[in-house]
Design a protein around this ligand. Sequence first.
Ligand code: FES
Ligand code: FE2
Length: 322
Amino acid sequence: MIKGYWQVVARSSEIGLKPKRVWLLGNPVVLFRTKNGIHALHDRCPHRHAELSKGRVLKNTIECPYHGWRFDEDGVCVEIPGCLTDLPKIRVPNYSVCEKDGGIFLSKHPMQNAPYVHVLTGQSHVVRMVKSKTQSTLIDVAENILDATHTHFTHKGLLRGLSQKRHLVQVELVTGEDWLEITYTGEDRQDGIISRFLDGDRVKTVGRYRRPGIAELEYWGTKGLVLATTFHLRQVSLDTVEGIGWLTGPRSGGLGYLKALIFAPFFKIALEQDRRVLQSAFNNAQSAEPLIGPLDFLRRDIEAIEVGQSPTYGPRHFEMLL
Ligand code: FES
Ligand SMILES: [Fe+2]
């Protein structure tokens, strides 16, 4: 269903000399690095089905740990140890791979375009990359990242202050074929610890969802974009969502290097708070349907985008106390 899209499966730093198994759309994939870059094959030897990821990389090939058959970077069998005749034509299915901005992206299909990584590609410094694993569903995690209403409770003191004070906020929701964008304006300065890093008054906060599983947030100050986070999410099994996130800022006018360094650990605490509440809700749900409340502006559209249907078109406007 998500053919034709790149999906990030690992950070570049995770793939060294040893092959590594990752999962893509329920299939095991082995990633291995040669001097020509990263390669990805179905992680099952066609001979007796051993895991290629338990083998080793040898002269630009991957060697199966069971009988030593070797496959080249495209998955073609180039060696059967001890065999004196011509090799039969054998091939392990391969994946398109792209290594970009510290992430490794895969697609089952031949791809024309480079993957979309984050909002500030080419003009940013990456503050931090984070990886998370949450017991939940893709829709629930994506919605959580973009939902503003939980911050008062789940992140009390961190993203929001301790007071109950709320502000009248204008909300605009715009949708496209496989994306949506929500903009909150009129928010006063938020006084949680994290918000204090974001200099001066907050002008607007923008949330965006793109198929497949990309959830991003932008914090805009009076002088422009201050900080952005882009999470690439993927359902790795029925109950687990993996996310790789880029925390980025513009080279000038953003957070600044030092502040960004201090900021990162607080950001991780917020992630952990979300992980905990999502996990407990997931286990408590027992496949009950969620109730769509009056402030859940995004839920139905995220669901529509994920199953390949277009969300409701045209801008919509709301007001709320945030
Ligand atoms: S199972 Fe891989 S070489 Fe035999
Ligand atoms: Fe959160």
